[in-house]
Design a protein around this ligand. Structure first.
Ligand code: ZN
Length: 203
């Protein structure tokens, strides 16, 4: 099982980090060690002083495939949820400055929190889904999948040209604007439409 993540897939978020809009999707991966199931606590790691939350729509791959086209992408997923792509922003900025890979900033243990999955109802457009993240008492991120620069089907097809997709793989589809830091003692709660799908305490 692997986790494939997409960077800079919402214009407003790219802007808030001072990034240009990419010509092709920006992809990076997390391995199984990064997975943190809903309900488990996140322990603030000592290698960073600036861990950020990034709430994202997560798609679960339900069928093996490689190099398929966008037209067939819908056959490869049935369930979605919201996840948090925890990012050591301080390390990421350093790595970016030096032109180095992002793994230490993005793929560390427990950096991919995944909520409870829900079936995408038949006929429901995956580009018409709202999700949000609450930090303590405040809504800090509100996403609408219609705002994605690259739609889910196009993304998954693009990913499949480089990496075989396998049943159980997860695709994090990028974060909308509003990312920010977490501190020990914070509680994060994510919602898919109105449904609470994930709660995570920072310890
Ligand atoms: Zn992200």
């Amino acid at each position: 099982m692997k986790i494939i993540c997409v960077g800079r897939n919402y214009a407003e978020h790219a802007k808030e980090l001072g990034n240009d809009l990419p010509e092709a999707p920006v992809l990076f991966m997390k391995a199984k060690n990064a997975l943190l199931q809903a309900g488990r606590a996140f322990y603030y790691p000592d290698f960073s002083k600036d861990i950020h939350y990034e709430a994202e729509l997560v798609v679960k791959i339900c069928k093996n495939g490689k190099h398929f086209t966008e037209k067939f992408a819908r056959n490869y997923y049935k369930e979605i949820t919201v996840g948090i792509d925890f990012t050591a922003r301080d390390l990421q900025q350093e790595q970016k400055k030096k032109g180095l890979p992002w793994e230490i900033a993005k793929a560390f243990d427990d950096s991919a929190v995944v909520g409870e999955f829900a079936m995408l109802p038949e006929g429901k457009d995956i580009q018409d889904v709202r999700f949000s993240l609450k930090k303590n008492e405040d809504i800090v991120q509100q996403g609408y999948t219609g705002d994605m620069l690259r739609k889910v089907d196009a993304l998954i097809a693009y990913i499949s040209t480089f990496f075989s997709l396998n049943t159980g793989d997860l695709v994090f589809t990028g974060t909308p604007a509003g990312v920010g830091p977490v501190a020990i003692g914070d509680t994060l709660e994510a919602f898919l439409e109105q449904e609470s799908v994930l709660k995570c305490q920072v310890k």
